[in-house]
Design a protein around this ligand. Sequence first.
Ligand SMILES: Nc1ncnc2c1ncn2[C@@H]1O[C@H](COP(=O)(O)OP(=O)(O)OP(=O)(O)O)[C@@H](O)[C@H]1O
Length: 502
Amino acid sequence: MTIHERRDLAATDAILQVEDVTKTYGAVQALRGVTLSIRRGAIHGLLGENGAGKSTLVGIISGQRTPSSGRITMDGRVLDHVDVKSMEEAGVFLVTQEPMIIDNMTAAENLMLGIWPARRGFVDWKALRADAARMLAGSGIDAGALAGRLDAVARRKLNILRAMFSGGKVIILDEPTAALTVADRKLLFDFMRRLKSEGVTFIFISHYNDEILEICDAVSVLRDGNLAGGSDDVAAMSSEQLTELVLGRGLKLFQRQRRDHAGKAPAVALRELRGQHLALPALDIAPGEIVGFTGLPGAGAKELARAIFGLYPARGRITLNGTERDLPGSPRAAFDAGIAYLSDDRRRDGAVGQMSIGQNIAMSSLPARMRMGFIDRAAEAAVVARYFGAMDVKAPGPEYAVDTLSGGNQQKVCLGRVLATDPRLLIVDEPTRGIDVGVKQDVLRIIDELSSRGVSVIIVSTDTDELVRAVDRVCVFENGAIKETLTGDNITVERLRASVQA
Ligand SMILES: Nc1ncnc2c1ncn2[C@@H]1O[C@H](COP(=O)(O)OP(=O)(O)OP(=O)(O)O)[C@@H](O)[C@H]1O
């Protein structure tokens, strides 16, 4: 067992070394003297709470951000004045969650895109195109296929291949499995293992212990800008040990006391719902019940949730608080009926960056605090304080701009904003994606508390562990309909996986 303050690897072993790197943003010290080595040909995991400094560190390694002090050595060469260009020339590439792909170009042309701007003078396009085709052939992607038609895994593969095609030796993947199904994740991991066997080194950011344990050879854990520890032998580590390194303490995983709602009068009743690829004769949800919606992409789980909030074209009837009406035609109508919704598309429905954390939290619930045209400031301050605290947002105070928060912390703000509206029916889509393991428990706990006050909740999730811990009932979707419903002790990771994949 080797949890240790990282010792220096022999220089020949290390392809990349980070030495005593610090980074300050105004008053915030994001990195406090981090030293670590990345072994050549390894998949090196990077783990840590939201705001621990992971994005800042890989931003510095890839030249996107400038360190306040410290140095980076690649292949034994110290790189001064690192910028993106010099790091890419040295062979370090950052592949972000947002695929930089041009949809109306072919897969091969997208690979070549990495080289285009870099090379001057004579370029043998024919040879280059042949090289691109060869590289794609091994990955199962048709070189001539329009990139816009590729599925999620192929797009992620394409990004990784482009980095390699441009000379990438160290490829940094920032949460590459977000929004992938279990099967797609496996395909991506197989692909990474293959590239690793060809000598590629990966730095892999994830919030999921099981992913780190499955794919990584080594791991480094950041906590509050410090290196909390790590291991060169991930195989010898347990999930609990990883969590303890991340949090600096053990973690009690949340588990809802599942309730049986059979026989209760429903708080929400859906009838004869029909939309494109969606058909639901009836679904009742009891007051205080938490229902999980899951399934493969396009199976109907997400679509139904969006239809209830007026975001997906569908017809049908909904009874809420004893009033029957047509399905809301718009989010505004849904909101007025007491429905709140958090989308998984943080980019579109995300926080407003220039506004403060507090303003973001208070924004959606504003109408409820208007008294004859005046905003009840005391009530607003109470709501902000409550959710700023409950979500454990990592910032000096709620007056700070959302822009300055890490990705995971921005997401907590979005969730706080939705919870603050005090809905009758709360719909959350992938509520803990991108959120660290500690806060994940808090989020599930907050939703649980809300339900005990009588709020009905729908959690759309592909995270089976989350469903097992948080819901009373799971509806598994297929072809736009509910294929199977699991309740009580039947809600297990194994049964859910089997049902979704079957
Ligand atoms: N541009 C910025 N201005 C001010 N502070 C910033 C800026 N970017 C990051 N920070 C702060 O630096 C710290 C580290 O943030 P970073 O994004 O590196 O965390 P992270 O580990 O990647 O988190 P997450 O898992 O949430 O993505 C946080 O406290 C964050 O608020």
